[in-house]
Design a protein around this ligand. Structure first.
Ligand SMILES: [Fe+2]
Ligand SMILES: [Fe+2]
Length: 137
């Protein structure tokens, strides 16, 4: 669970972004629980939800950065694109597993890179949003 706590504790300071990150963590926690209770149907459903929420959040974040005139937007959009590709690939992999044990390993890998990359990637524009008055210090 270390990764979830890390993601919850590292705030950007912008409510829309932080709320979305928390929502993603909450879906990840629910997914992990569903896998541990061997509910494959619910696990798959939640993986779909996680993918959709992630894509929705990336778009929202890109719109916010664009409106604020963020210089390195193109770089961050590319970064999001790569993450979505990877998330979809891992999700497809996860869905092929029939045993909860294998699915859990796959899911843990997915959350590890999602949390690390999302948190590290977004820290790049935190101070920019602060300067623009769009993030609390
Ligand atoms: Fe991002
Ligand atoms: Fe984000």
């Amino acid at each position: 669970m270390r990764h979830f706590e890390l993601m919850e504790s590292l705030e950007i300071g912008n409510d829309a972004i932080d709320d979305a990150h928390r929502e993603m963590v909450s879906i990840m926690r629910a997914t992990k629980e569903a896998i541990l209770s061997k509910d494959m149907g619910l696990s798959r459903k939640l993986l779909g939800e996680l993918t959709r929420e992630t894509i929705r959040h990336f778009k929202e974040e890109e719109d916010l950065l664009e409106k604020a005139g963020y210089e390195d937007l193109g770089e961050h959009v590319e970064f999001h694109k790569k993450l979505v590709k990877r998330i979809k690939a891992v999700k497809a992999d996860c869905e092929n597993f029939r045993s909860p044990e294998k699915l859990l390993g796959c899911f843990d890998e997915m959350t590890r890179f999602m949390v690390d990359d999302i948190v590290r990637g977004d820290l790049a524009f935190k101070s920019f949003l602060q300067v623009k008055g769009l993030a609390k210090r």
